[in-house]
Design a protein around this ligand. Structure first.
Ligand code: ADP
Ligand code: MG
Length: 392
């Protein structure tokens, strides 16, 4: 899969519409984490250096097709201006008359940030008329919003019908890191899966079983596999309707010679605020729930991680948001960071965990796209990538 790169576009003096993912977390109007803004800087800087007239467009939150003051892009523009060290113009509309006037007035190297594209009711419907209006602002389209690539919206897909389309540098980096996992990974290749539910990750597990040497399972999802192994899990989060599916996944793995590691000891408690106890998986009480993998399991996972050359990790090993149930996730994060391997962490909560532990800098690739990275690893075709492929 090869995309047309923004590096190969002739952009000097041209109006370039860049779809970015500036969907940052906000608390009372303040940006609490600017990772996504920073992730788009390489593409924006490249375009500025080459004298492009840069028109940025993103969604922010879920305004559901209506303007909302609380979800305005203005705080993002202020933060971006600080990071770039140059002014960032804003307009009160997305693709209306003020946006058109401001876009036309840009000179080479100047930057304009449009209002939240989800203020437009046509955005999430991939409305043709909106796509055409967005396209009319510019001469070239660049998509750098990997985090939105699994959605077919007017600013991620429709607009590419009207303009020559290129992938931004972040989009390229995300695709090449994830593609490296799926094509000829250095072995051993292990995948660590956790998080809340098996049902969220069935596609990922099924696509990866033929590719990996080992599958390490933790988090709430492990409980359904423990059920499939005949263990009682008490009050734990588990999907009993998926017990036979879990059993068949274990059989598929074993018939392909894929080693599957499940927890052998777990941290249990009556609820998240009660004192925890470490028990064997066979001894979970009826009035207890599993909230983390236990220390023996974490040590065993750590050893397996240390011997890997390629690692993909999605989903925390426990309820890491509670410090008492973060030990398993911390141990796995440390092992992944220490491994002499190509390491990729994807998934919103997994990335948050690695950042919270302070190990993000020691991971080869941290994916900015939660849902998009999972769909990519599932082997699905992401609609936002299709217009950027070389042959399209
Ligand atoms: P990601 O966003 O990385 O893909 P998920 O959204 O699938 O991960 O899962 C993250 C959530 O799973 C976290 O909020 C965490 O608290 C929860 N979780 C992990 N282990 C358990 C468990 N044993 N019981 C209940 N919830 C769990
Ligand atoms: Mg999540």
């Amino acid at each position: 899969m090869k995309v047309r790169s923004v590096r190969d576009a002739t952009v000097a003096g041209k109006r370039v519409f860049v779809r970015v993912d500036f969907n940052v977390p906000l608390d009372a109007g303040a940006i609490t984490d600017d990772t996504r803004i920073r992730a788009a800087l390489p593409t924006i800087r490249l375009l500025i250096e080459r004298g492009a007239r840069v028109i940025l467009c993103s969604h922010l939150g879920r305004p559901k097709g209506k303007p909302s003051d609380a979800l305005s892009m203005r705080p993002v523009a202020d933060r971006l201006a600080e990071l770039l060290g140059q002014p960032v113009r804003t307009v009160p509309d997305v693709a209306g008359p003020e946006a058109a006037t401001a876009a036309a007035a840009l000179t080479g190297g100047e930057v304009l940030l449009l209002e939240n594209v989800r203020f437009e009711p046509g955005e999430e419907k991939n409305d043709q008329a909106l796509a055409e209006r967005l396209a009319s602002l510019a001469e070239i389209y660049v998509n750098d919003a990997f985090g939105a690539a699994h959605r077919a919206h007017a600013s991620t897909v429709g607009i590419a019908d009207y303009l020559p389309a290129y992938a931004g540098l972040l989009m390229e980096a995300e695709m090449s890191a994830l593609q490296r996992l799926l094509d000829e990974p250095q072995r051993p290749f292990i995948t660590i899966l956790g998080g809340a539910k098996v049902s969220d990750k069935l596609g990922v597990i099924e696509n990866l079983i033929p590719k990996v040497d080992a599958l390490l399972i933790g988090g709430g999802m492990a409980n359904t596999f423990l059920l499939a192994q005949g263990h009682a899990v008490g009050l734990s989060l588990a999907e009993s309707d998926l017990e036979s599916k879990a059993r068949s996944l274990l059989e598929q793995a074993s018939s392909r010679g894929v080693e599957v590691l499940l927890p052998t000891d777990v941290a249990v408690a009556a609820d998240l605020d009660s004192a925890l106890e470490i028990v064997d998986v066979g001894s979970v009480g009826d009035d207890q729930a599993i909230f983390d993998i236990g220390p023996a399991s974490a040590a065993r996972y750590g050893e397996r991680i240390a011997s890997a050359r390629t690692i993909f990790w999605n989903g925390p090993m426990g309820v890491f948001e509670k410090p008492s149930f973060a030990a398993g996730t911390r141990a796995v994060a440390r092992a992944v960071a220490d491994a002499d391997a190509f390491t990729v962490v994807g998934g919103g909560d997994s990335v948050a965990a690695v950042e919270q532990i302070g190990l993000a800098g020691r991971i080869s690739h941290i994916s900015t796209g939660g849902g998009a990275s999972l769909e990519f690893v599932e082997g699905r075709k992401l609609p936002g990538l299709a217009p950027l492929l070389e042959e399209s």
